[in-house]
Write a protein that binds this ligand. Structure first.
Ligand code: 5GP
Length: 206
């Protein structure tokens, strides 16, 4: 295969209501394509059973989070249902510089903030097949009490209403099919001419 000049990794924001399966989808994308990186967020939320610091999130207290924010270490942040969530800036830039695509699992306002700073970001919205299926998934997960589930569902409704702000909408009905579509989008984005500017000169010079 022709060796092209190295591209900087692309940035993909994956948003969607809590419980839609963003984490599972990202894990499966990475299982199939380990070269794709995941931006591990920081949060002030308490770790759920099985969550590992540095793998699922970097768990911080509010003071630590504020400190990092003030020192410009957080690229975007949001308060979601009473907890702070934010994207660490340095690792994300480093992974892109290595040529790795980076997937971010963030809220809708977080995605909008990224879009303001990175005009080339690709915005993906992961959609549940129905609202009742979303309720079922959130309840089945069993990680939140009933009132938190209701709070997240309420928030989910307003997030679903913002799907029009995204480049792509993928309905997460069946995991394998969802991952197929997301990988197809990633591949297609790499073929956009704007990502390959100068390719003709490279080809013609050889
Ligand atoms: P959870 O508590 O279920 O892990 O996450 C709650 C919400 O926070 C999810 O919608 C998730 O996408 C979002 N989230 C996770 N990390 C970040 C982040 O770094 N920034 C923003 N803005 N949202 C995040």
């Amino acid at each position: 295969m022709t060796e092209l000049p190295m591209q900087r990794g692309l940035l993909f924001c994956l948003s969607g209501p809590s419980g839609v399966g963003k984490g599972t989808v990202i894990a499966e994308v990475r299982r199939r394509r380990p070269q794709i990186a995941h931006s591990v967020s920081m949060t002030t939320r308490i770790a759920r059973p099985g969550e590992i610091d540095g793998v699922h999130y970097f768990f911080k207290n509010t003071e630590e989070f504020r400190h990092l924010l003030e020192h410009g270490e957080i690229l975007e942040h949001d308060n979601y249902c009473g907890n702070y969530y934010g994207t660490p800036r340095t690792p994300l830039e480093a992974m892109r510089d290595e040529g790795r695509d980076v997937l971010m699992d963030i809220t809708v306002p977080g995605s909008m903030a990224v879009m303001k700073n990175y005009s080339d970001v690709v915005m993906l919205f992961l959609m549940p097949p129905t609202l009742s299926e979303l309720r079922y998934r959130l309840t089945k997960r069993g990680t939140e009490c009933e009132s938190v589930v209701e709070q997240r569902l309420l928030k989910g409704r307003s997030e679903i209403n913002k799907a029009n702000l995204f480049d792509y909408v993928v309905i997460n009905d069946e995991l394998d099919a969802t991952v197929d579509r997301i990988l197809a989008i990633i591949d297609a984005e790499h073929c956009r001419y704007e990502r390959l500017k100068g390719i003709e000169n490279f080809v013609l010079s050889r």
